[in-house]
Design a protein around this ligand. Structure first.
Ligand code: GLA
Length: 390
């Protein structure tokens, strides 16, 4: 795991001089999947793995960005009238710079060193963590303080408008607002949120299937379009609805015949998942882990059957997890098509759970998974430290 002193030293050896250090965590989502872009509810938690960015100003109006993970360096001319995406990791940084500038922030030329402990492509929001860490670094160098809610939306716009993935607000918001030992309940329409203490005695176990689907971004955007189609069609019968958030399960069933079969199933997932996120909040507040776990299982089934964003490996990991002693619930987490399962497990049995699950998954799927007990960590931060303004 990286720390502030390490990245500061490495920045000095790559670029020379002092740096502003920023850290932004990845996230897991406990429940409320594919609800954020439907104005619904999500329950993510920041994890204890982060993307680190060390940054300092340059005299020229360019960004020079080096990735330690990929051993690659990219450069962008910030004065260029139209900075175009290059189709790689550095787009997340360039996109944030472009959107910040469009919002009036005077982004200075800068050198950035990126080092991330968030596994890439595992559904733990490594890209949102990079956007947020870069956003904090660039605003820090510009000497601007942007409230976290606004910065989350800027980073989301970078991904929507520059990178081209129509993601919702959950990942960037969770990275910026995470709180140690807590999950967040976020209303993705009003951006109001509350922190909910995770119950003592339960561990979050993140189970990486080690499989990533190549067409995930295209399928993700297609799901969004299907949700929009549902709202547009239903609004003929339900005037005033703006998003699936405004539709109840009873109303959806009543008007089922208006929708294409596949669109009905997409909508049923979203509407029922919103109800589950609310019910899960109640269960968590009451320390009712059995109910919480049952809701996780229902969420997985709905994502697999109605929303069709699971994968054979995610299904295998989930069902093997549910066979292990000490488990309350398990489900795929994040956008889907690969990545991770999140399990809620009795604290005293989390180690045994992880070992047994790893062995059983490997013998069923012939892939070695990465399984680790994870704690909910604090949100993104600027760690100024020494005189980085040099
Ligand atoms: C990805 C997106 C989020 C959210 C999830 C699904 O992680 O970035 O905005 O839509 O998928 O819940």
């Amino acid at each position: 795991m990286t720390d502030a002193a390490q990245i500061r030293d490495r920045f000095r050896s790559v670029f020379g001089g002092a740096a502003l250090i920023c850290r932004a965590p990845g996230r897991i989502n406990l429940i409320g999947e594919h609800t954020d872009y439907n104005d619904g509810f999500v329950m993510p938690a920041a994890i204890d793995a982060s993307c680190w960015v060390a940054a300092a100003r340059r005299n020229e109006h360019r960004l020079v960005v080096a990735s330690e993970n990929l051993r690659e360096q990219c450069e962008f001319d910030l004065s260029a009238a139209s900075l175009r995406p290059a189709g790689k990791w550095s787009d997340y940084v360039a996109g944030v710079a472009v959107v910040l500038a469009s919002e009036g922030v005077r982004v200075p030329g800068a050198s950035l060193l990126v080092s991330s402990d968030v596994p890439m492509g595992a559904g733990l929001s490594s890209s949102a963590a990079l956007e947020v860490a870069a956003g904090l670094a660039l605003t820090g160098l510009a000497r601007e303080r942007i409230p976290p809610g606004r910065l989350a939306r800027i980073c989301q716009r970078a991904e929507n408008e520059f990178v081209g993935t129509r993601c919702g607000i959950m990942d960037q918001f969770a990275s910026l607002h995470g709180r140690e030992g807590h999950a967040l309940l976020l209303d993705c329409r009003s951006f109001e949120y509350e922190t909910i203490r995770l119950p003592q005695g339960a561990s979050i176990v993140v189970c990486d299937t080690r499989v990533k689907h190549a067409h995930a971004a295209g399928e993700y955007n297609r799901r969004r379009t299907e949700c929009e189609e549902a709202v547009e069609t239903l609004s003929a019968a339900l005037p005033g609805i703006r998003a699936l958030r405004d539709v109840t399960l009873a109303r959806l069933r009543q008007h089922q015949q208006m929708l294409r079969e596949v669109v009905f199933r997409r909508a049923r997932h979203v509407v029922s998942e919103n109800d589950r996120a609310i019910a899960a909040t109640r269960a968590l507040r009451e320390g009712d882990l059995r109910t919480f776990g049952a809701l996780m299982q229902q969420s997985h089934a709905s994502l697999r059957d109605d929303y069709e964003v699971s994968s054979p490996e995610l299904d295998a990991m989930t069902s093997i997890a549910l066979e292990q002693p000490g488990v309350y619930g398990a489900r795929m987490t994040g956008g889907g098509f690969g990545g991770c399962v999140v399990a809620l497990v009795d604290e005293g049995r989390a180690h045994e759970f992880s070992t047994r699950l790893a062995a059983a998954y490997e013998s069923a799927v012939h892939l070695r998974p990465a399984i680790r007990v994870c704690s909910a960590g604090g949100g993104a931060e600027q760690i100024a430290g020494e005189a980085w303004q040099a």
